[in-house]
Write a protein that binds this ligand. Structure first.
Ligand code: ADP
Ligand code: ADP
Length: 253
C-alpha cells in the first residue's frame, strides 16, 4: 500500500485544519509498521484515509494486490486500477462509496481498541463472521492456521465473556485476517489491555505477520507496543518526521 502526496484538510476558513500535509509513504507486503506521534498529529486521519473511511483532499492511495472490485488476486482492469510489475492495484481516491465498501470487506482487515466482538456468538462464529455475512464458507486450513498461530486452540467454542482480554483481542485479530486481506489496520490494539496481555497480543500479532505474510499498520501511543513492529513512523503536525526500521524486531522472532 502506498500514499502519494496525500493531503487531508478538515473544515474551511478560520476552522481549516491541515491534518495531512503531503504524506508520501509505502508499506511493504509482509511487514509490521507502527505509527506514533502526539495526539492531533494526523495518525488517525492517515489510517482512515488509507482505509478509505475518509476521503483525501488530494493525493493518491494505492492498494496493491487487488482489483477494482476489491477482490484480492483479481486481474480486472478499469479506469481506477492498473498494474505494475504484474501486480494489480487500485487507487482508493478514485472509488465510489459502494466500491470502497466492497474493498474494505474483501481486502482490508480492522483491529480495534475495544475488540468489537459479538457477545452472543462463540469465538469461532465471531472469527468467521465477515465470511458468514457474505455467504462464503471459510477456508478450513486457513482458519486452523489462524487458530494455531494466534494460540487459540481450545478456545474456539467459548463466548467472548469466557475469554481474557488478551484472548478476545486475538480472536479479533483472527477475524481481521480470515478474509486474507491485503492490509490490516490496528487502532491502539492494546489500549484496553494490561501490560502482560498487551505483550502477549503483540507477540501473536507479530508472529502472524511473520508466519502468514500479513501487512499490518498499527497506530499506537505506546512505545513498548511500537517496539514489536519492524518499522516505526513518527508523525508531527500532519507530516512524517521519522521513519525507522527496528532491527531488534527482526531479530526477536
Ligand atoms: P491523531 O490520530 O494523531 O490524534 P488526528 O488524525 O485525529 O490525529 O487529527 C489530526 C488533526 O485533524 C487534529 O488537529 C484534529 O483536531 C483534526 N481533525 C481530525 N478529525 C477531524 C474532523 N472530523 N473534523 C475536523 N478536524 C478534525
Ligand atoms: P478513535 O478513538 O480511534 O478515533 P473512533 O471513535 O474513530 O475511534 O471509532 C473507531 C473506528 O472505527 C473509527 O476510526 C471509525 O472510523 C472506524 N470505522 C467506522 N466504520 C467502520 C467500518 N465499517 N469498518 C472499519 N472501521 C470502521
Amino acid at each position: 500500500m502506498q500514499a502519494v502526496s496525500l493531503v487531508k484538510d478538515y473544515g474551511r476558513g478560520e476552522n481549516l485544519v491541515h491534518a495531512l500535509r503531503g504524506v508520501d509513504v509505502a508499506f511493504q507486503r509482509g511487514r509490521f509498521t507502527a505509527i506514533m506521534g502526539p495526539s492531533g498529529s494526523g495518525k488517525s486521519t492517515l489510517m482512515h484515509t488509507l482505509a478509505g473511511l475518509d476521503s483525501a483532499t488530494s493525493g493518491r492511495v494505492l492498494l496493491y494486490g487487488v482489483g477494482a472490485d476489491g477482490q484480492s488476486g483479481s486481474h480486472k482492469r478499469s479506469a481506477q486500477s492498473g498494474s505494475s510489475d504484474g501486480h494489480a492495484f487500485v487507487d482508493l481516491t478514485k472509488l465510489n462509496d459502494n466500491q470502497l465498501t466492497l474493498l474494505r470487506r474483501h481486502s482490508i482487515g480492522f483491529i480495534f481498541q475495544s475488540f468489537n466482538l459479538l457477545p452472543m456468538f462463540t469465538a469461532e462464529q465471531n472469527i468467521v463472521m465477515p465470511l458468514t455475512l457474505e455467504g462464503v464458507k471459510p477456508d478450513r486450513a486457513w482458519f486452523d492456521l489462524l487458530i494455531s498461530t494466534l494460540g487459540l486452540q481450545g478456545r474456539t467454542n467459548h463466548r467472548p465473556s469466557e475469554l481474557s482480554g488478551g484472548q478476545q483481542q486475538r480472536v479479533a485479530i483472527a477475524r481481521a485476517l480470515i478474509t486474507k486481506p491485503a492490509i490490516v489496520f490496528a487502532d491502539e490494539p492494546t489500549g484496553n489491555l494490561d501490560s502482560v496481555s498487551s505483550a502477549e497480543v503483540l507477540s501473536f500479532l507479530k508472529r502472524s505477520v511473520r508466519e502468514l505474510g500479513q501487512t499490518v499498520i498499527m497506530v499506537t501511543h505506546d512505545a513498548v507496543a511500537a517496539s514489536y513492529a519492524d518499522r516505526a513512523l513518527v508523525f508531527a503536525d500532519g507530516r512524517i518526521v521519522a521513519d525507522e526500521n527496528n532491527p531488534s524486531a527482526e531479530r526477536m522472532s
